[in-house]
Design a binder for this molecule. Structure first.
Ligand code: CUA
Length: 357
């Protein structure tokens, strides 16, 4: 209570507080509104510049380029509007400032002025509208038809390549320069497919197939994420979108279509036997083994992936062990149960899964 009284300036000697209230309230506006606002804006700018963030101003796909161009055009037009308004405001404030002897003249019903300040915004909005429609048209290029589907799960991504006959999870490769055409759906709640640097996002709605297509223009590893709030782990629903040369893409797809590798190391061999005797197969598939579950991610080439837990942790033996021992500690409310085994057996599972390249 004391602190609050001091902070708000109440409880001071009335005369003094009355005289100082003007500059005090101005100081309060600076310290409570402007300063935090400026710091927040700075934080947003700095976060946007961080190298590992998906930066929409460094696009890697066709739609991303169109959207970047449109953003710059809009920014330029709106900057001109802002500067003009500020300049006019400054001019009016200085030119018509209060003078002791002057009296404000009243004007109303000036038809010319009314027309001018209705026309100017109408023209600006029309220009923005035309630019947006043009960009939308350029993004909607001819579509060769979907080669793969992306399925949203709480909280991971399934990628299904029906023609090549394989499924993978949380990491997908596509060929540079070729139209990537994806059907998107969901098995539980509404998610949203988004690779910011490719451009465009599309809702994944249960019971409905939506669609997105674009041309990846630059090789690289791009972050994909869910952009529709879908529950507690929405923020940990990511995937890796890798754009490679057509040759590398063919090699990747070929490898993914193969059944799982036979384990070679002693620990991995033991893990390969062990995993068939516990309940992993009721949720996971490992092609080439009796495990055929479809509720969880396909693990056939688990060891080849860069991340685990929907690309939120690097795929290292340490992280995988921590995940098996207590998935709920890493992603509370996820559907992966704890694997109730002693540590040496957990380590055998890790050795086996990491060999599934
Ligand atoms: Cu899935 Cu947010």
């Amino acid at each position: 209570m004391m602190a609050a009284t001091e902070e708000t300036g109440r409880g001071r000697v009335p005369g003094v507080s009355g005289q100082r209230s003007g500059s005090g309230s101005r100081r309060r506006i600076v310290s409570r509104v402007l300063l935090p606002g400026a710091l927040l804006a700075l934080a947003v700018v700095v976060a946007g510049c961080a190298g590992d963030q998906p930066d929409i101003f460094r696009p890697g796909g066709s739609a991303g380029h169109e959207i970047k161009t449109l953003s710059y055009q809009m920014f330029a037009i709106l900057a001109v509007v802002l500067i003009t308004v500020w300049a006019l405001l400054a001019f009016v404030i200085i030119k018509f400032r209060r003078r002791p002897e002057s009296k404000a003249s009243q004007t109303r019903g000036n038809l010319k002025l009314e027309i001018v300040w209705t026309l100017i915004p109408a023209v600006i909005v029309t220009v923005l509208f035309v630019l947006t429609v043009q960009t939308t048209k350029q993004i909607a290029m001819p579509d060769p038809g979907a080669q793969l589907s992306a399925v949203g799960h709480r909280w991971w991504w399934e990628f299904d390549f029906p023609e090549q006959g394989f499924k993978t999870a949380n990491e997908v490769y596509v060929a540079v320069g070729r139209t990537t055409s994806i059907d998107v759906e969901s098995v539980d709640v509404i998610h949203s497919f988004w690779v910011p640097q490719m451009g465009g996002k599309v809702d994944m709605i249960p019971g409905r197939v939506n669609h997105i297509h674009f041309v990846p223009l630059k090789e690289g590893r791009y972050l994909g994420e869910c952009s529709e709030f879908c529950g507690q782990q929405h923020g940990k629903m990511r995937f890796l979108f890798v754009v490679v040369s057509p040759e590398k893409y063919s090699a990747w797809a070929h490898r993914q279509a193969e059944p799982a590798a036979q384990p070679t190391g002693a620990e991995a061999v033991a893990g390969g036997k062990l995993i068939q005797t516990i309940s992993c197969g009721s949720c996971h598939t490992i092609r080439g083994t009796p495990m055929k579950g479809t509720f969880g991610p396909d693990l056939t080439h688990f060891g080849s992936r860069s991340g685990i837990a929907a690309y939120t942790l690097p795929n290292t033996p340490e992280n995988l062990l921590a995940w098996l021992v207590d998935p709920q500690a890493i992603k509370p409310e996820c559907t992966m149960p704890t694997v109730p085994l002693p540590l040496p057996q957990q380590q055998q599972l890790v050795a086996y899964l990491e060999e599934l390249k």
